[in-house]
Design a protein around this ligand. Structure first.
Ligand SMILES: *Cc1c(COP(=O)(O)O)cnc(C)c1O
Ligand code: SF4
Length: 362
């Protein structure tokens, strides 16, 4: 960094995982090195080239940097934060599988990701060190659990990021699920198309090919993540006949203003991805700098409803701490008593219980 002129950063050519590398790349200031080394000892770091290139030099508030660069605050958790905020452990009947709802399960074959998001709700578990993926025997046990329960119609492959698996390993898992007659839908949750778009190649596409309805849910939080390379990777997925969904986390200082949230939802839809969920931030340790209030989230959702197409509207959801599952958190348009309804321009209309509006708006 010493020989680079101000405002110019050396190009990042491979994924950065160590604090000295981040300093050298000009992504964090040298004086922060010691404090960030302590963070790195506890939580995994991965800053891939595709995302590193998006971070504005010298801007500590950059919305991409904020998501993926470590911060000393991570080691100072607030009192109300939880190591397992959504209660995975409460509903894990076999290793690598979470069964909370009757008709669907999560399968976590790996805990490795292409990028480690600083706000991750599984941050105490994800990462390369110690947290290996499932062994063949453990995977077989998880698949047997699904096979023996015909009520399970959908398997959501997550982690970690399943698209970091080798095409061979992922292909084996997809083929095994494809062979289970009870499983009708396979879904994968990933950040790879924006974090490491080069991974979406012919071998990975072949691994995803199956007879079941296959959905890929892309996790992206800022419109800038839709780079030309990411957009091309998404086109390769949709071009292969894969249906895609968008999921985002509402993050203070990243996407919690009306213009950014609108641009993010439009960016999804313009590459043929249907926004599915906007997650309210889960209280994982050391994530207070990303927190917003539910009232603020509802206000943003109201503004989104008033400004953009229904295609761009995700469900705003909260995963109830302790393992109780996700619930939509509004905003509601029907009054609590059910006798008025609000329109997209925030005007209220009287309403009878049968849903018929009996008066003109005042
Ligand atoms: C989020 C989640 C799912 C998927 O829920 P959808 O609302 O169908 O997206 C399934 N199982 C568990 C344990 C989950 O946390
Ligand atoms: S990609 Fe997903 S699982 Fe991995 S760190 Fe980010 S939020 Fe967590």
């Amino acid at each position: 960094m010493a020989d680079a002129p101000a405002g110019v950063r050396p190009e990042v050519r491979r994924t950065l995982r160590r604090v000295p590398e981040l300093v050298q790349a000009g992504l964090v200031p040298p004086e922060a090195e010691a404090a960030l080394a302590a963070v790195a000892a506890r939580y995994a770091i991965a800053v891939p080239p595709e995302l590193a290139a998006l971070i504005a030099p010298g801007d500590p508030a950059d919305p991409i940097g904020r998501q993926i660069l470590p911060d000393a605050e991570e080691l100072a958790p607030a009192a109300d934060e939880w190591a397992d905020p959504i209660g995975d452990a409460v509903h894990a009947p076999v290793k690598g599988l979470v069964h909370r709802y009757p008709d669907r399960v999560l399968l976590l074959p790996t805990l490795v990701c292409a990028v480690y998001c600083r706000f991750c709700f599984r941050r105490e578990r994800v990462g390369p060190g110690g947290a290996e993926g499932l062994t063949d025997a453990e995977l077989a046990a998880a698949l047997a659990y699904v096979r023996d329960r015909p009520a399970i119609r959908e398997v959501v492959i997550t982690g970690g990021d399943p698209l970091t698996l080798t095409p061979r390993r992922l292909g084996g898992i997809i083929a095994a699920l494809d062979a289970l007659s009870g499983v009708r839908v396979i879904r994968l949750h990933t950040r790879v198309p924006v974090a490491a778009p080069e991974r979406i190649g012919p071998e990975l596409l072949a691994a995803l090919s199956c007879d079941k309805a296959l959905f890929v849910a892309l996790h992206a939080n800022h419109p800038r993540e839709f780079t030309p390379a990411a957009t091309a990777a998404i086109r390769r997925l949709t071009g292969a006949g894969i249906a895609m969904l968008g999921q985002s986390v509402l993050l203070r200082g990243v996407n919690d203003d009306p213009a950014t949230l609108e641009a993010l939802m439009r960016a999804f839809v313009e590459v043929r991805i249907k926004p599915y969920y906007l997650h309210h931030l889960d209280p994982a340790p050391g994530t207070a700098r990303f927190r917003t209030s539910i009232a603020h989230g509802q206000s943003l959702m109201r503004q989104l409803r008033g400004r953009v197409s229904g295609l761009c509207q995700p469900d705003y959801v909260l995963d109830i701490a302790g393992g109780f599952g996700k619930s939509p958190i509004g905003p509601g348009y029907l009054s609590a008593a059910g006798d008025t309804i609000t329109d997209w321009r925030q005007r209220r209309h009287p309403l009878a219980g049968d849903g018929i509006e009996r008066q003109r708006p005042s």
